[in-house]
Design a protein around this ligand. Sequence first.
Ligand SMILES: [Fe+2]
Ligand SMILES: [Fe+2]
Length: 282
Amino acid sequence: MIRLFHISDIHFGLEDRRALDWVAQCIAREKPDAVAITGDLTMRARHREFTAACHWIKSLDVAVTVEVGNHDLPYFNLVERFVDPYRRFRSIEALLEREIDLPGLAIVPLKTTARAQWRLNWSKGAVGMAALNHTLRAIDALPSGTRAVVACHHPLVEAGTRGKALTRGGSRALAALASRNVCAVISGHVHDPFHLIHPTPNGPVRMIGAGTLSQRVRSTPPSFNELTLAGGEITVRVRNLEHVSTRDMQIEDVPENALPPRTEGEPVAPVRAVPTIDPPVY
Ligand SMILES: [Fe+2]
Ligand SMILES: [Fe+2]
């Protein structure tokens, strides 16, 4: 059995301290196999916000992966945003990530952020061909039979949440991932949790979204996801301080064509060691 804590959108600078203290206690007590953080570590990518994120994450005695979110690119310094947008994130990513060794499973990053886009709102998602190909190559390099959890910031297609990701290139990326041994695509950004199966021309893909641990709540209180992979099943439990049930935390109206997740999943891959994944291309 593998147990992942999927957390997202902490937004240091506007974090929810009470929620963070609770999550840290849960991690210390329950010792999940890994923690996957799907972006928006900070509010405005300020150095002091990254320092606070670094301090909190390093205090967790667990293997951690971090993805970049749109809030983690320089907001005030446009020169830096255009010239070297991922420098601040990279510097803390190098301090935080530790080697993950999960039996038969790899967490593979997919970049969905952009320094600029041909539309007014640059906070929305974008998956370029270079980023997608990098992720596909990483998946293809895994030992035969190893399953991948793809971690990104923006949901690749809309999941029926109040907040929208409007990810350009997302449908194409999701279809490409469906042709690989991907057991789930996990994401954040919309600040509300969800769990659904989305159809693509290459078959269905499981999409799992985590809520926020910041004060920027939308429809649901601060929360994180507990993912359990055991006996061929993937279960998702949305945990929150208010003890609202998972069912009430997740969206009710799945998008057209999407399906509620089955409780019984596909067989989990044979147990084997997984090599470290190369960092994504920024
Ligand atoms: Fe966010
Ligand atoms: Fe975001």
